[in-house]
Every structure is written in structure tokens, then in C-alpha cells.
Design a binder for this molecule. Structure first.
Ligand SMILES: [Fe+2]
Ligand SMILES: [Fe+2]
Length: 274
């Protein structure tokens, strides 16, 4: 490369000096080329990241809509989903999870019942008690949900799949589908189980009016160490004012399913703390 063909005529006779000059000239050209490659590469990485972010956003939005469809079939208004996300995020922060995990849970938690989309109306909407067979069918919404959400390698969906699968497991091992107990249950599922229980009790349902906060807290206390992680129940009780306040803010803002959709990648990035 550095041979005589590139040697300018009239070059100094000292071969070492001329080699040094040429090497310098060549290396600055190479550096410039390298700079262009680096800039190109950075641009490609940026474009790839933006595209992945858009795909993730579209994926979250479509599965949020599917969760909404599942909730609508269960006579829900949609604000419950929103509250479960926000309140679960607060409990995750209080239990000392990282900010990234807490934000992911806010996105993942509202999808916990997405598997109800696979449950026939005759079972889902049946008033009164379930037969053993109907109960078995209904319980499969956890597995359906994990199958839908677990298709994706994106971390937020992995968390959402964990939540869908484990949000009916009980601390004492009496839950479903796995009969997991204690710390075998993923932290995300333990959080969402508690939040979902409290929020569902304190809202009107077609088959009963809302329980008061006092009644719901008493019921939560009764399930301490049975359905729910006792440490999480204690944490919730100790900060119950914060939860009630946050719930009030969500209700006052009259947010609905639309608020769960991320209109652009920047919003999603902010939601996930990127
Ligand atoms: Fe559920
Ligand atoms: Fe729920």
C-alpha cells in the first residue's frame, strides 16, 4: 500500500522521512473514512432503536387493546385497568424494586386478565357460583394470558406474562394455576394480586355495589399470609393514604383505556424511564 507507486515524484531522498509523510497522509484519510463509517453506524443504530421502539409501542398498544376487549367482556369500565397499573407501580416502588421495574409493571399490570379473551361468554358472564368444570375453564385465563404475552422477548411482555400467569397464585399455596407458595410466586404477580383485589372490591360491579375502603382493607387484612404476601399487605396498609390519593387522582382525571395507549415512541420511552 505504501509503496513507490504512491510515492510523489521529487520526494525527499530519506526513505524513512518519506514513508512517515505518506503514512500520515494515508492514516488521516483512513481516519476520515473511519469517522464516516462510525457516523453511518451510529445513524443505523439510532434508526434501528427507533424502529424497535415503534414496534414495541405498537405491540404494547395492540395487547393493551386486546386486554381492554377482555375486560369489556367482563363488564368493566377500563379505569380499573388504569388504576391497577398505577397502584402496582406505587407498591413496586415502596417495596424497593428499581424504578425501571416499577415503570415496566405499570405497563404490564393492566394486561393481567388478557387471557379472559379465551374464555367463553357462557362461563365468563355466568351469574352466581361456578361448577367445578366452569371454575376449571375460568382458571385457564392465567395460562391463556401467559401464552399470548409470552410470545414476545421484549422484557415488559416477559413481565406481563409472569403477571398473567401468577396473579391468582396464593401466598399459602392454595392458588392457581401452579399452586405456587410464598416467594416462589414472582414479585410482580404478588403485587398485582393484592392491588387487583383491593381495587376490584372498591368498585361497583354489576352483581354488587362497591365495598367501602374500610371493608376492603379489613378483607385484605384477613387474607394477609393466605392469599397475599404478608410483607406486601403490611406495606400497603402502612401507605394506604398514598394509594387512596393516587386512586382519587386517576378517577378525577377520568382516564380510560385511551390513556393506556402510547401515542408515540417518546411517550413509551418516558413511561419505561429510558
Ligand atoms: Fe385474573
Ligand atoms: Fe382485575
Amino acid at each position: 500500500m505504501y509503496q513507490t507507486s504512491t510515492m510523489p515524484s521529487g520526494a525527499p531522498s530519506d526513505p524513512v522521512a518519506s514513508y512517515g509523510t505518506l503514512a500520515f497522509a494515508d492514516s488521516s484519510a483512513a481516519l476520515a473514512q473511519l469517522g464516516r463509517y462510525t457516523a453511518d453506524l451510529k445513524r443505523l443504530v439510532r434508526e434501528r432503536d427507533a424502529m424497535l421502539s415503534q414496534i414495541e409501542q405498537a405491540h404494547i398498544n395492540s395487547l393493551t387493546l386486546l386486554s381492554r376487549a377482555a375486560e369489556f367482556r367482563d363488564d368493566d369500565t377500563g379505569v380499573h385497568m388504569e388504576r391497577v397499573g398505577d397502584l402496582a407501580q406505587l407498591l413496586a416502588r415502596l417495596m424497593g424494586r428499581s424504578e425501571e421495574e416499577a415503570r415496566m409493571l405499570r405497563v404490564a399490570a393492566p394486561m393481567h386478565d388478557i387471557g379472559k379473551i379465551g374464555i367463553p361468554d357462557a362461563v365468563l358472564k355466568k351469574p352466581g357460583r361456578y361448577s367445578a368444570e366452569e371454575r376449571r375453564i375460568m382458571n385457564r385465563h392465567t395460562i391463556f394470558g401467559a401464552e399470548i404475552l409470552g410470545q414476545s422477548d421484549i422484557p415488559v411482555f416477559q413481565m406481563a406474562a409472569d403477571v398473567a400467569l401468577s396473579h391468582h397464585e396464593c401466598w399459602d399455596g392454595s392458588g392457581y394455576p401452579g399452586g405456587l407458595r410464598g416467594m416462589q410466586i414472582p414479585w410482580s404477580g404478588r403485587v398485582v394480586a393484592l392491588i387487583d383485589f383491593f381495587d376490584a372490591l372498591t368498585m361497583d360491579r354489576v352483581y354488587r355495589p362497591a365495598f367501602t375502603d374500610e371493608q376492603a382493607l379489613a378483607m385484605l387484612g384477613q387474607e394477609r399470609g393466605r392469599k397475599f404476601d404478608p410483607a406486601l399487605v403490611d406495606l400497603f396498609m402502612a401507605h394506604v393514604d398514598q394509594f387512596i390519593h393516587l386512586r382519587g387522582e386517576i378517577n378525577a382525571a377520568a382516564r380510560d383505556h385511551g390513556a393506556l395507549l402510547r401515542p408515540d415512541a417518546a411517550w413509551l420511552a418516558a413511561d419505561l424511564g429510558r
